[in-house]
Design a protein around this ligand. Structure first.
Ligand code: NI
Length: 222
């Protein structure tokens, strides 16, 4: 399931991040790429071990915690270290798959996300293109919005031809490893919340809640 989530970061949070990184050190993005992705990764990124990087992670982590749609879709267990990437004119990230394991302690990447930090009207190119069974899908979202997609996919960032593209990328290990199971849980949770909103805590709501909890017990890796 590929999902766009609007307004994950508020305008104030985007402004805070953008102003803090305006004087930050950016390094060659190849340092965090896998050996094969390194051949096609041409961008820069915020130095990972800097106080500014810690500040960005804090803001994003809080934003994800409060975002209900993200929580029910991702069922997150672990959030990876984040990468704040910057693409200037001519930069791109060719087709690649993300590393399956990353971080220390090691985690599995089940879901990848890109959080867009620039107004899409201020740069050209820089679309995130994901290869799906239905063909390629290209995304260039509003400032503060996020695309969440399976880490299992091949994907790329098209060359920036004008302006600058700044975005945060990160990965999630989900409590539910299998994408199909995660989608069933997402649908059930969405349905029971709609029933609750329209009719309250009915017996149907209780039965779906029971099934939801029991499927979590079957499939979950807490
Ligand atoms: Ni990637």
């Amino acid at each position: 399931m590929v999902m766009c989530i609007a307004d994950v970061l508020t305008g104030m949070e985007v402004d805070e991040i953008v102003s803090k990184i305006s004087t930050a050190d950016f390094v060659d993005g190849q340092i965090t790429a896998g050996w094969h992705a390194r051949q096609v990764k041409k961008n820069t990124q915020l130095k990972g071990d800097s106080p500014k990087s810690t500040m960005v992670r804090g803001i994003v982590s809080q934003a994800l915690d409060r975002n209900t749609l993200f929580q029910i879709a991702a069922l997150p267990k672990t959030l990876s270290p984040l990468i704040l990437s910057r693409y200037e004119v001519g930069m791109e990230y060719g087709s690649h798959v993300d590393n399956a394991f990353m971080g220390n302690p090691v985690m599995r990447s089940d879901l990848s996300f890109t959080l867009f930090l620039c107004d899409p009207k201020t740069y050209e190119g820089g679309e995130l293109v994901i290869e799906t069974m239905q063909g390629e899908q290209a995304f260039k979202l509003e400032m503060g919005s996020m695309i969440l997609y399976p880490s299992t996919t091949l994907h790329r960032v098209t060359p920036v031809t004008n302006g600058v593209r700044v975005a945060i990328v990160g990965w999630i290990q989900s409590l539910i490893r299998d994408a199909g199971s995660r989608e069933i849980l997402f649908d059930l949770d969405t349905a029971r919340q709609s029933i609750f909103a329209q009719h309250g805590k009915t017996s149907e709501f209780d039965l779906i809640s029971k099934s939801y909890a029991n499927l979590l017990r079957c499939w979950g890796e807490p």
